[in-house]
Write a protein that binds this ligand. Sequence first.
Ligand SMILES: Nc1nc2c(c(=O)[nH]1)N[C@H]1C(S)=C(S)[C@@H](COP(=O)(O)O)O[C@H]1N2
Ligand SMILES: [Mo]
Length: 196
Amino acid sequence: MKFFKKPGADLKDRVPPGQSLTNGFPVLTYGDTPPVSTEAWQLKVWGCATDQTFSWNDMMAMPQSEFTADFHCVTTWSKLDVQWTGVKVTDFMEQIELKKSATHVMLHCYGSYTTNLTLEDFVRPENFFAHTLFGEPLPPDHGGPMRVVVPHLYAWKSAKWVNGLEFLNHEELGFWERNGYHRRGEPWAVERYAGR
Ligand SMILES: Nc1nc2c(c(=O)[nH]1)N[C@H]1C(S)=C(S)[C@@H](COP(=O)(O)O)O[C@H]1N2
Ligand SMILES: [Mo]
C-alpha cells in the first residue's frame, strides 16, 4: 500500500523546531579543509578497543550500503533526503574488538576536529561512514574522502575527514561540546547549547 502525504504535513514531521529548509548543501567547517587522499586516508581505533588501523581498501571491502538521510545543522539549516553511500557503523563494528568497559566514543579527524558520542548514539543502524554523496565521490569540503554521518543528531556530530575512533569508559567532550554546544545535540529536543 502506498501513502501520499500532503507536503506541508510531511515536512512538519521532518523539520525540527527552529530549523529552515535549504535546497543547496552549505559547507560548515571550523578552519580549512585538510587535503586527504584515499591512498593516505587511515582510520585508527584505540582506547577501550584493540588497537587497529583501517585503510581505504579495508573500508571498500566491507559491505556497502546506500542511505537517504536528513541533515540538521545547529545554525538552523536542514537539508532533507541527502543521498549517501558508505559503510554502516554496525557493519564496521563487526571488524573491531570492543572492550566491555567502552561506553563512549570520541571521533577524531584530520585537521584535529573532535566530537563525542555515547556508544549507544554511535552504534545505530542508520549511522554510517560516507564516501559518496549523490552518486559522486564525497567532495573534500563535505568531508571527503570519508566522513561519519549521524542523522539523528545535529550535524556537528557528523565528523568530516574522520581518522580516529577513540573508545572511552567515560564521557569526554569534543571541540564544539567544549565550546558551548550541547553534549548530545538531539534536534527534536532542540539540544543546541550546553545547560539550556
Ligand atoms: N572535521 C570536521 N567535521 C565537521 C565540522 C568541522 O568543522 N570539522 N563541522 C561540523 C558541522 S558544525 C556541520 S553542520 C557539518 C557540516 O557538514 P557539511 O560541511 O558537509 O555541510 O559537519 C560537521 N563536521
Ligand atoms: Mo553545524
